[in-house]
Design a protein around this ligand. Structure first.
Ligand SMILES: NC(=O)c1ccc[n+]([C@@H]2O[C@H](COP(=O)([O-])OP(=O)(O)OC[C@H]3O[C@@H](n4cnc5c(N)ncnc54)[C@H](OP(=O)(O)O)[C@@H]3O)[C@@H](O)[C@H]2O)c1
Length: 240
């Protein structure tokens, strides 16, 4: 079993946060599911667990930021500028995984909003100057994440300027059945990942599915070897 981590989900009470909490806990990690209201988080965790014995706790966002080693941002784009400045202290230089898709909707469907910093993830990096920001999991369908009987069936494209942080998140992606973590380059490409979600959401609505995204012709052995090389040598899993 890979290293057990404590993972905080800020805004974890929505569909994306609940689904990720479940899958990360099933992968063996301890999860602090955060909310602006700790009582609401506790109620949502009780529903999510439904009697299952998994290490997920409902807490206030600052406690999730403080107690976790890896911090996921899973609130809406509008929340980022509200929440992050107050959490720069507890987040410090931790790995931050920005899952946010800054999308708007009009009568033609979803579209990418203009973000002054280029992307939601680059905005997070500007608001949390010490954090090791990674953007990932934009295309993982919450409906599939929430159902452990099903494969999530998507490649998780991961971008960051911090190789070790990227390596850690690639490993987390690989631990979710049906997901493959793919190194997709530097953080400046986050905008492309965030915007492509508008295409996927449109496909989902037209075809009534929960689509994912697959990179073709990407061999698994080489992909895993390259992903592992991003991790610090003393933090790599032993091979089989
Ligand atoms: N749903 C998807 O298909 C999907 C897929 C991939 C990525 N994403 C991205 O993942 C994020 C979460 O998606 P979601 O559908 O789970 O979102 P959501 O249900 O709209 O929001 C998640 C939680 O964020 C908190 N929140 C709402 N407004 C906030 C604000 N202004 N400031 C701080 N916290 C706020 C709320 O929790 P409390 O009231 O408990 O604090 C809410 O339960 C989004 O950024 C989305 O773009 C979504």
């Amino acid at each position: 079993m890979a290293d057990q981590r404590t993972i905080g989900l800020l805004g974890g009470t929505g569909p994306q946060g609940r689904g990720l909490a479940l899958r990360l806990a099933l992968a063996g990690h301890r999860v602090l599911l955060g909310s602006r209201d700790a009582e609401r988080a506790a109620g949502i965790v009780a529903d999510l667990l439904g009697g299952r014995d998994l290490p997920i706790e409902g807490v206030a966002n600052p406690d999730a930021a403080q107690g976790a080693e890896v911090v996921f941002l899973v609130f809406p784009y509008a929340g980022q500028a509200e929440v992050l400045p107050g959490l720069a202290g507890p987040i410090g230089d931790k790995v931050v995984v920005d899952v946010i898709n800054p999308l708007g909707w009009d009568d033609r469907g979803p579209y990418l909003l203009e973000v002054p910093e280029g992307s939601a993830a680059e905005q997070a990096a500007a608001l949390l100057p010490r954090a090791r920001v990674v953007a990932a999991f934009h295309h993982a369908a919450p409906k599939l994440l929430a159902d452990p009987e099903r494969q999530v069936e998507t490649d998780v494209l991961v971008v960051s300027d911090d190789p070790a942080a990227k390596g850690l998140v690639l490993e987390l992606a690989d631990q979710i059945p049906g997901c493959r973590g793919v190194d997709a380059g530097p953080l400046r490409l986050a905008r492309q990942l965030e915007g492509f979600t508008a295409v996927i959401v449109g496909i989902n609505r037209r075809h009534k599915i929960h689509a994912g995204l697959r990179i073709s012709r990407l061999g698994d052995d080489k992909r895993r070897r390259l992903n592992a090389e991003l991790r610090p040598a003393d933090d790599r899993e032993e091979g089989p």
